[in-house]
Ligand binder design. Structure first.
Ligand code: HEM
Length: 188
């Protein structure tokens, strides 16, 4: 057994450790593995993120939308903004673009009234024109309202979805006032 004394030079100890390691193939493999993992960890820390978060779009000025106007905001336009209507209200869901933008699982809601789809759990339930939802059951409407309260919590309310012939509100003087939703959420 090697005697380790205080006078033994430190380099001798290191040499012993080195010899111990290189004499066993398993040890060599472990050293290589540890070096590789350390290299990966340090490289990852110094790397700049590959996927930079998209810059946030300026807040949309409050306004009301016809079904046709809403349709443009499906995320395919230059700025990539996505709006979704739920229960007669329009929400800016751009920060949830991975859901509602092109290629997302709920892309069929982008630029559309998602109410019927949310009520019936069918993503592609929306028709082409305005949907007054009058044939939905009470349970289905409750489900729409429940969904809406989630949208309200997460996304900005932009305005209302207009019925055919309905005139848009002028929000210019009431910028910070909440849009009259007709429906109350549990937070109101
Ligand atoms: C197999 C069926 C489904 C699975 C596994 C699924 C899975 C998910 C998951 C994991 C999330 C949360 C994503 C996150 O917050 O990161 C989510 C959110 C959501 N799902 Fe689904 N889903 C399914 C069906 C549906 C259907 C049928 C609808 C509507 C018709 C729907 C509408 C939504 C909506 C609106 C959100 C919220 C996205 C947001 O935060 O804006 N899902 N789903």
């Amino acid at each position: 057994m090697a005697e380790s004394t205080k006078s033994e030079p430190e380099s001798g100890l290191l040499t012993n450790i080195f010899l111990e390691i290189v004499q066993s193939p398993i040890n060599i493999a472990l050293v290589l593995l540890i070096s590789f993992l350390l290299y990966k960890i340090f490289r990852r820390q110094n790397e700049t993120p590959v996927r930079q978060a998209a810059p946030e779009l300026p807040k949309l000025k409050k306004r009301d939308f016809t079904v046709e106007e809403l349709r443009k905001y499906d995320g395919t336009q230059g700025d990539g903004r996505v709006l979704v209507a739920v229960n007669g209200n329009v929400y800016d869901v751009t920060k949830g673009k991975r859901f509602y933008g092109p290629g997302g699982p709920y892309a069929a809601f982008g630029g559309r009234d998602a109410s019927r789809g949310l009520a019936t759990f069918q993503v592609s339930a929306a028709g082409e024109g305005y949907d007054d939802l009058s044939d939905l059951s009470t349970m289905e409407m409750d489900s729409v309202k429940e969904w809406e309260s989630q949208f309200k919590e997460k996304y900005d309310l932009v305005g209302r979805l207009l019925k055919p012939g309905e005139q848009p509100n002028n929000y210019s003087d009431e910028e910070d006032e909440p849009v009259t939703t007709g429906e109350k959420s549990k937070d109101d």
